[in-house]
Design a protein around this ligand. Structure first.
Ligand SMILES: CC(C)(COP(=O)(O)OP(=O)(O)OC[C@H]1O[C@@H](n2cnc3c(N)ncnc32)[C@H](O)[C@@H]1OP(=O)(O)O)[C@@H](O)C(=O)NCCC(=O)NCCS
Length: 171
């Protein structure tokens, strides 16, 4: 689907999810350095790591923007070490509290199941102390399936199964 802002992978009522472009680099760099956004993600990324990411870390994400083109955050679809599809997400703090993450992540989950037809479920891992993130996962219908210590903190894994169509077949 083409919009005035380029190729949209999917759209929602308020948002557009599209591939990352090189012009997103300034906002991505802000996301990597922002102490509030990185609070439960190991803190701001070092200058050396930012330099590396500027070279390589542009391709894997889904930029989330309003229909007028303002970037509000980013979702990322990857593979967790269990082999499960993994969703991660980071939104700019000035856009928190409007349900944008819920709207975008729900769309990203739909996209993931469409793109990867053999994936039985999708997971997300977050720090238990990251209450906004845990609330988001619950709101998305993702159930807690595991908890463990990693990176010096309690991590919780949530999962959602592939939705089934009305005739009982996996979508
Ligand atoms: C995790 C994170 C995305 C959650 O953001 P968020 O803004 O709290 O989440 P949402 O966009 O879903 O907004 C939900 C809130 O908006 C409210 N809201 C307002 N309008 C809404 C609407 N139209 N629809 C739904 N919810 C709405 C909800 O009631 C909820 O409020 P609450 O926070 O008081 O419970 C955000 O804190 C973040 O980016 N953190 C940094 C990155 C990070 O830690 N990622 C996790 C590791 S993967």
């Amino acid at each position: 689907m083409s919009t005035e802002h380029g190729e949209a992978l999917t759209t929602t009522e308020r948002l557009v999810l599209r591939e990352v472009r090189s012009s997103d680099l300034p906002v991505l760099e802000r996301m990597w350095r922002d102490a509030v956004m990185r609070r439960y993600l190991g803190g701001p990324v070092s200058d050396e790591e930012v330099a590396e990411r500027r070279k390589y870390d542009q391709a894997g994400g889904l930029m989330v923007a309003t229909h007028s083109g303002e970037v509000v955050g980013r979702c990322h679809l990857g593979r967790y070490r269990t082999g499960d599809l993994e969703l991660s997400y980071a939104f700019l703090p000035e856009w928190w509290g409007r349900g944008y993450a819920r709207e975008a992540c729900a769309a990203a989950i739909g996209l993931a199941f469409d793109r990867f037809p053999h994936a039985a479920r999708l997971i997300a891992v977050t720090q238990e102390a990251n209450t906004r993130s845990v609330r988001l996962l619950e709101a998305l219908g993702m159930a807690r399936v595991d908890a463990f210590e990693e990176f010096g903190a309690r991590q919780v894994m949530h999962a959602i199964d592939r939705p089934h169509s009305i005739d009982g077949e996996a979508r």
